[in-house]
Ligand binder design. Structure first.
Ligand code: HSE
Length: 434
């Protein structure tokens, strides 16, 4: 039986998951592949820490050239994360005619053009299923299952850490910091959790999905991103009272002319299927011209879900190697020559319904001042709650749901409202996605 040799760079949480799957499920993989997948080398700077998986003697190394310059290795798995040296290592692997598998959405979001270009030029394969949605086969769905359809909307909960935090805050009324710490301890969070909680990780993911769904490069810095650090337990409680849950959403909508791409916390109705996607689970909704909508949900982070996606890619590439068809599926789903820039919509041009929260002094005339400004900017209030009865000089929360209006009008109104002397501090805005 033929043996396909695999090299793994990065022996952290996901790397250990991959090693466990390849070792414990070796037999079933062999039965499905008709060849042996051998984890020939694992490279990490730290090869002393016990990762909880058994590896053969001589497999661990601290020298990346044991993989990149090793002529026996067919497929390189990059799980170190970050931009450099991951980019250099992947380019070197490709230059040495090795196929690559990665979970590195940050690298693909910023250097996708370069990497996908080299992959196509060298007629090699790149697998990146593990980069988005953990175990959810979203890349395969877009690149292969829905290849005949024109996708126009992708909307997803694509960060397990943020979803875990929001779910825990909502279910257990717990503080943000407590929930974040627990997510980190469970191995869901990025090395730098700022990427998770500030929406940057979700933005990396939606940039990659946008590329493969619509066939366009995405300039990462043009994505409007806000995270969940401003969400308080009061917001979560108010959302519940209005019949909503708060989720960090990554959104990409293509109307045929421009793409509306953004990441922000959003209120979704409790009856929406994604409202019940809690904890570390992810869900991605895809709409296209042929089948309305599909929602894919599953484990979005963690060693074994993400490790499963990595192994799935490795086996797919191994099958391609065995049948001499390595460039069968274009890396970006479209041929590189067909990747053409599509303009991105300016955030001020979007329309939405809005939840607004103001800290105001509880005295006569305050509501009329605020509603007057909203009215002047053509914003109509749907419903309103005042939280508590303020003591003199102390602020109370005034929360409102507003009918559909333009982002530009809302932002202009907020600027004016925040200048009122009865409004204390910055107000909070959460978009409503139905
Ligand atoms: N930190 C990421 C998350 C891991 O929490 O979803 C998977 O990309």
């Amino acid at each position: 039986m033929k043996t396909i040799n695999v090299g793994l760079i990065g022996f952290g949480t996901i790397g250990a998951g991959v090693a466990k799957i390849l070792s414990e499920n070796q037999e079933i993989i062999q039965k499905r592949l008709g060849a042996t997948l051998r984890l020939a080398k694992i490279v990490d700077l730290d090869i002393e820490t016990d990762r909880g998986v058994q590896v053969d003697d001589g497999v661990l190394s601290t020298s990346v050239d044991d993989i990149l310059e090793n002529p026996e290795i067919d497929i390189v798995i990059e799980l170190m994360g970050g931009y450099e040296p991951a980019r250099t290592f992947m380019l070197k692997a490709l230059a040495n005619n090795k196929h690559v598998v990665t979970a590195n959405k940050a690298l693909l979001a910023l250097h996708g053009d370069e990497l996908f270009g080299v992959v196509e030029e060298k007629k090699l394969s790149i697998g990146f299923e593990a980069s988005i949605g953990g175990a959810i086969p979203i890349i395969r769905s877009i690149r292969e299952a829905f290849v005949g359809n024109r996708i126009h909307t992708i909307e997803g909960i694509v960060n397990g850490t943020a979803n875990y935090i929001l779910s825990k805050m909502s279910d257990e009324n717990c503080e943000f910091d407590v929930a974040l710490k627990e997510a980190q301890e469970k191995g869901f969070a990025e090395a730098d959790p700022t990427f998770d909680i500030e929406g940057i990780d979700s933005a990396h993911k939606i940039a990659v999905l946008t590329r493969i769904a619509y066939g366009t490069p995405v300039n990462f810095d043009d994505i409007n991103v806000s995270g969940i650090t401003n969400i308080s337990s009061d917001d979560i409680e108010c959302a519940r009272e209005f019949g909503y849950r708060i989720k960090l959403l990554a959104i990409s909508k293509f109307d045929g002319e421009a793409i509306d791409i953004r990441v922000h916390p959003a209120m979704i109705p409790i009856s929406h299927p994604m409202a019940s996607v809690n904890g570390v689970l992810n869900a991605i909704r895809i709409c296209d011209d042929m089948m309305d909508e599909n929602i894919l949900a599953g484990h979005g982070a963690g060693a074994l879900p993400t490790g499963s996606a990595v192994v799935g890619d490795v086996v797919e590439i191994a099958r391609n190697i065995l049948s001499n068809a390595s460039d069968r599926v274009p890396a970006s789903s479209f041929l590189n020559s067909e990747i053409k820039p599509i303009p991105l919509k300016d955030m001020s041009a979007i329309e939405s319904e809005y939840f607004l929260r103001f800290n105001v002094l509880d005295k006569p005339g305050v509501l009329s001042k605020i509603s007057g400004i909203l009215g002047n900017h053509c914003i109509s209030i749907e419903s309103m709650i005042q939280k508590g009865r303020g003591e003199e000089g102390k602020a109370v929360s005034l929360v409102m749901m507003c009918h559909r209006s333009s982002e530009k009008n809302i932002q202009n109104a907020l600027k004016e409202i925040e200048k009122l002397d009865v409004v204390c501090g910055k107000s909070n805005l959460i978009r409503v996605e139905k």
